[in-house]
Design a protein around this ligand. Structure first.
Ligand code: CA
Length: 375
């Protein structure tokens, strides 16, 4: 157990106590370890969450106004808003966050506006919120150029506003864009939203699709797994496969998509995807829908347009499998701060039995290349 996890370290005491009281070791979770402070790689963590007070306020006000449609993602925002130690960590882009990064020996965080972000606030308010978020994130990157990079927020419900904000974010020097998966049951594979994909490609910004509570959350909620145990990965699976099968990557071949949590389990199924695609192409009744015939096997898009991060899955066999089937250049390290943070997990990465060049790609080089991080 790390010092942070048992809350004994001076200055860190109390964090996570009431909200996310950290686990004692169970099952496959990493054993106690030592992080190498002189490792031959920087550690760039690529799915690290943040938020800011005006957004939390806007989410809660809309939720409590009674005017919001039923939206489990908005409900989730309300839940997070009432976790003070979590909010303290999410809202800090300075000393507290950097002290935790130093504790875990994380050189750089890629900041992602946490789920559900601006896409659940009152319609019409999201783009202004995204602008504010992107100005704050850009300022944090300017203040700490050697510690922070950031993805831009946008509200896809406002397509024209999103396109403008993506262009502005590129001008601010931000490193990608983040979407917290579905927005009131809509997904970017719907062609109305394709100007957003076009803008991402044109501005050379990778799109990170991060989970949120799924649209049909009650099915998950009543079984106790609306979050990371099922609802989160399933929704990003839907979003990613929707984009692939819609032909979006044939239309925008340079579009870069990043998904977390070991690719939300998708890489394990590439063989079956290709098999079933061959079986069903030209016979859409076999799989439903009206998708076009793709230019390539489904696995092609996972090896050319899609990158995955290891957020929350510091597990050597899974990482090595994905490096083998996708290529070592397609797997990026992420911690998932502050939701899942563990000194022992960072130590487990150091211990992984991996070619030194491939380890450096995992921990540092791939993040630099996908998110255009310099410095
Ligand atoms: Ca996350």
């Amino acid at each position: 157990m790390s010092k942070l996890e048992d809350g004994s370290e001076k200055g860190l005491k109390g964090h996570f106590k009431e909200d996310f009281s950290l686990r004692t070791r169970i099952g496959l979770a990493p054993r106690a370890g030592h992080v190498d402070r002189d490792a031959p790689y920087q550690r760039i963590a690529t799915e690290e969450a943040w938020t800011f007070p005006a957004l939390v306020k806007a989410q809660v006000e809309y939720l409590e106004s009674g005017a919001a449609p039923h939206d489990d993602s908005l409900k989730m925002a309300g839940l997070f808003a009432h976790m003070p130690s979590l909010q303290e960590m999410l809202q800090d882009l300075g000393d507290l966050r950097i002290s935790h990064m130093d504790e875990y020996v994380i050189d750089r965080q890629l900041l992602l506006l946490t789920a559900p972000g601006v896409q659940v606030v009152k319609p019409g308010d999201g783009t202004a919120m995204a602008r504010e978020a992107n100005d704050i994130a850009a300022e944090a990157c300017r203040n700490h150029p050697d510690r922070f990079s950031a993805c831009a927020a946008f509200d896809p419900r406002d397509v024209a506003g999103s396109v403008k904000e993506i262009e502005r974010a590129a001008g601010l020097g931000l490193n990608g864009a983040v979407l917290n998966s579905h927005f009131q049951g809509h997904y970017l594979d719907e062609q109305d939203y394709w100007p957003i994909l076009e803008a991402l490609e044109a501005n050379d910004l990778a799109l990170y699709i991060h989970p949120t509570a799924p649209f049909n959350a009650p099915h998950y909620e009543e079984r106790g797994f609306f979050g990371a145990l099922a609802g989160f990965p399933h929704d990003v699976w839907l979003h990613t496969m929707g984009l692939v099968l819609s032909g979006a990557f044939d239309r925008f071949p340079k579009l870069r998509l990043v998904i977390g949590h070991m690719g939300e389990c998708l890489p394990l199924h590439l063989y079956r995807f290709d098999w079933m695609q061959g079986n069903a192409d030209g016979r859409s009744h076999l799989r439903g829908g009206t998708q076009p015939t793709l230019q390539h096997p489904i696995s092609y898009y996972f090896k050319n347009n899609i990158w995955i991060t290891t957020s929350g899955v510091g597990w050597e066999p899974a990482i090595k499998f994905c490096q083998e089937v996708l290529g070592p250049d397609r797997v990026l390290y992420a911690m998932d701060y502050p939701y899942q943070q563990s000194y022992d997990e960072v130590a487990a990465y150091d211990r992984m039995d991996m070619d030194a060049r491939v380890k450096k790609m995992l921990m540092e080089d791939n993040a630099r290349s996908v998110f255009r991080i310099t410095g």
